[in-house]
Design a protein around this ligand. Structure first.
Ligand SMILES: [Zn+2]
Length: 556
């Protein structure tokens, strides 16, 4: 038909020619297209596919939760049709973001506690607690997120004022890093712990008297005494956490260590269809989880269990990170190994035999060295087991090469650098040259995984992108970036929170890029992360989040 009309127009006056061409065109466009029907088409977008060539596409098609087409708008509209077409208005689209190390359930639970983040003094904390208690009069009083490094007097608080205010209510306030708590007398008494049960560094005293500050193993002992959260409470926490994560573009999270019972709650909530976020759950080495080794990894559409989370040391802020040499600002201590080497090695060997991954928390250079020794011994040489070191904050210069030699994957949190940069050098002195050395670590294997460690940091992965690339705080300090030689490029930063994060969980064939055949998880932003001015980056907002082809968040 088209050719007949156009042929005839040759002998007709211009006006009629034009009219006929327009009629022909409108018939063509209103005709049902020959394309294959799909669930969703997105067009007029700038799609950073994050495929191996870093291709930019402008349209995509989704069917049954899978990308069935990615390409130019012409290609996609010719090949597919859908009742559900989103015009992206030229905005940028990325693979759904993946947080390679976070505490998803814990974050949900902290949403139910008093929020002490960004408090500027201990008095401000007391005000928040009084208000929170009025609204939540039952049970223990828990708060989280304080950081004495933000206060005028940068000193651990003590529990005297808590005892005055809450003589009969057990109060436990967790420091921002999760490795220290302040507990009042009622909590210490209710927990039944005895200070002599712990290493001297784990119970802080002043003039022989306990101050209420506890570190590392003593933290766990106190927290174990808190009446457990009910299953319903945990389910609510997971759903709250999911809602907030979708709103910042996270479609997958890697939970850094859960007991067997909590993984089971996640599983059942996902099976019911309520929990849609994809979770790579590392297992805490409890008895039931260790028994899981015999059954092999769990691989479901939204749940993947294939690793064990271990701890080698504590955190830098509370001087629990284990250093090779003493702290520069506290020469009497070099930090704490939280587990015996033999214990760690034994679990690593079991995991290796069963085909599981090991992901170990190591912050100080002594902890990194210890785990590299264990990994090296077991892995033996080049391999594809992707055993990870989580955080990797301080590395002895001679140890960097071992990451490459034994294919050990650095799993870093770029926001830790910009959160710690104000005081980290005081703690470790010259060793700062080998701290937060993300570029140097990346060079070892050509890739690394990035996460946030939320709730220790904020959940927004774009802050991690900004911190990794710019190495400044959101206010732009320091002007040249903190040790900018260890900044990573924008492409590397995007890969670290998409395809490389997926790879760190053996999921790079299913997710982490927008390619035909992969899971349809993607996010649309109001800002072009590859081109925007530095100052715009940390302000980028999510407009749309799609998980498995379904819109799970849309900005109002
Ligand atoms: Zn963590």
């Amino acid at each position: 038909m088209k050719f007949v009309i156009l042929a005839r127009t040759k002998r007709l006056p211009d006006m009629i020619k034009y009219t006929l061409v327009m009629i022909a065109a409108s018939i063509l466009f209103s005709m049902p297209s020959k394309g294959q029907p799909v669930d969703l088409i997105v067009k007029n977008a700038k799609i950073y596919t994050v495929d191996p060539e870093f291709t930019i596409a402008d349209a995509l098609a989704v069917k049954d939760g899978i990308f069935v087409g990615v390409g130019t708008e012409e290609e996609i509209l010719n090949q597919f049709k859908s009742d559900n077409v989103i015009d992206a208005g030229g905005k940028t689209i990325y693979p759904g973001f993946i947080d390679a190390h976070c505490h998803f359930l814990m974050y949900g639970l902290t949403l139910q506690q008093a929020n002490l983040r960004d408090t500027k003094s201990f008095d401000e904390i007391l005000d928040i607690l009084k208000k929170h208690r009025k609204e939540n009069p039952e049970g223990w009083l828990e708060g989280t997120g304080w950081d004495h490094n933000d206060w005028p007097v940068k000193k651990f608080p003590d529990n005297r004022k808590l005892d005055e205010l809450f003589p009969n209510v057990p109060v436990i306030l967790t420091r921002i890093d999760g490795h220290a708590v302040l507990a009042n007398e009622a909590a210490i008494e209710a927990s039944g712990i005895h200070p002599n049960d712990f290493a001297p560094g784990e119970v802080i005293r002043e003039n022989g008297k306990m101050t209420g500050i506890f570190l590392e193993n003593a933290v766990d002992a106190l927290k174990n005494a808190i009446p457990p959260v009910s299953r319903k409470g945990k389910e609510e926490a997971l759903l709250k956490a999911q809602r907030n994560c979708f709103a910042v573009g996270l479609t997958s999270v890697q939970d850094a260590g859960l007991p067997h019972t909590d993984i089971a709650i996640i599983d059942s909530l996902q099976e019911k269809g309520n929990l849609k976020i994809r979770i790579y759950s590392m297992m805490s080495p409890d008895k039931e989880n260790m028994e899981q080794l015999a059954n092999g990894p769990v691989v479901k559409p939204r749940l993947h269990v294939a690793s064990i989370k271990l701890y080698a040391d504590g955190a830098l802020g509370s001087r629990g990170a284990k250093l090779l040499e003493p702290y520069s600002d506290a020469p009497e201590t070099s930090g704490i190994f939280v587990n015996e080497k033999e214990y760690l090695e034994n679990i690593c060997r079991k995991a290796y035999k069963a085909g599981f991954q090991i992901n170990t928390h190591c912050i100080g250079d002594a902890a990194v060295k210890r785990m590299l020794d264990i990994y090296q011994e077991i892995l033996g040489g080049p391999n594809d087991r992707r055993w990870r070191i989580e955080h990797v904050q301080i590395v002895a210069p001679e140890d960097f090469a071992r990451f490459g030699q034994f294919n050990i994957i650095p799993s870093v949190q770029t926001t830790h650098c910009t959160s710690d940069m104000y005081w980290a050098e005081e703690r470790i002195g010259d060793r700062i040259k080998y701290a937060y050395a993300y570029k140097q670590l990346l060079n070892e294997n050509g890739w690394l995984a990035n996460g946030s460690d939320f709730p220790i940091e904020e959940i927004n992965p774009i802050l991690g992108f900004y911190a990794g690339v710019v190495r400044k705080d959101p206010a732009g300090w320091p002007p040249n970036g903190f040790h900018p030689e260890n900044a990573i490029s924008r492409k590397e930063a995007l890969r670290s929170m998409t395809i490389w994060a997926a790879k760190a969980a053996f999921e790079e064939n299913e997710k982490g890029s927008i390619e035909q055949g992969k899971l349809a998880d993607f996010v649309m932003l109001d800002t072009d992360l590859m081109r925007a001015q530095e100052v715009q980056l940390s302000k980028a907002k999510v407009l749309l989040t799609v998980s498995n082809g379904e819109v799970v968040y849309q900005k109002e």
